[in-house]
Design a binder for this molecule. Structure first.
Ligand SMILES: [Zn+2]
Length: 171
């Protein structure tokens, strides 16, 4: 059974034990999640969780399928960016915009934005779905499930119920 706890981000403390197997931890694995509120507000929440050598390796390991999807993300991102620039420039040419330098600059910025969006979507969302089971297990031992920016509370979901209780008591 998993257990979710709410803790203040700055007061979050973990015991020096691996979050997957509870053996002595020697590494810190960084969890990261981006929460978006409306169009302009987004928060990147980072939490470092202790792990033993073995589970740190498992969490960091990227199998062939996951890496391939990651590379595919870069390629598709570049194509999407280029197509966006071409469409934009074609549109400007057809409407008779004269300032070529400004158009090229704005087109470049726009193309880069499209690239980042497509690439980030594929590499942060799609690629991890292709991770090997051991990686998924280690990465999902603790999950950031919610964040309240106003009071900086974060909700963490633990696969290990007793570890959740230890962390909750320590805060
Ligand atoms: Zn471990």
């Amino acid at each position: 059974m998993s257990k979710a706890i709410d803790v203040h981000l700055s007061q979050l403390k973990f015991p020096p034990a691996c979050v997957v197997c509870m053996s002595p931890a020697s590494k810190q694995y960084e969890l990261e999640r981006i929460f978006s509120y409306g169009r302009s507000k987004s928060y990147t929440v980072k939490v470092s969780v202790p792990m033993c050598e073995l589970h740190f390796e498992a969490a960091s390991f990227k199998g062939t399928a996951e890496r391939l999807v990651g590379i595919l993300g870069v390629i598709i991102g570049i194509f999407a960016g280029l197509i966006a620039v071409i469409i934009l420039l074609t549109h400007w040419v057809s409407t008779g915009e004269r300032n070529i330098i400004l158009n090229l600059f704005a087109g470049g910025v726009f193309g880069l934005g499209v690239f980042i969006m497509v690439w980030a979507g594929i590499s942060f969302w799609l690629a991890p779905l292709f991770a090997v089971p051991e990686s998924k297990e280690a990465r999902n031992a603790v999950k950031i499930t919610q964040y309240w920016p106003k009071d900086q509370f974060v909700q963490l979901e633990f696969q290990n119920e007793s570890l959740a209780e230890i962390v909750q008591k320590a805060n």
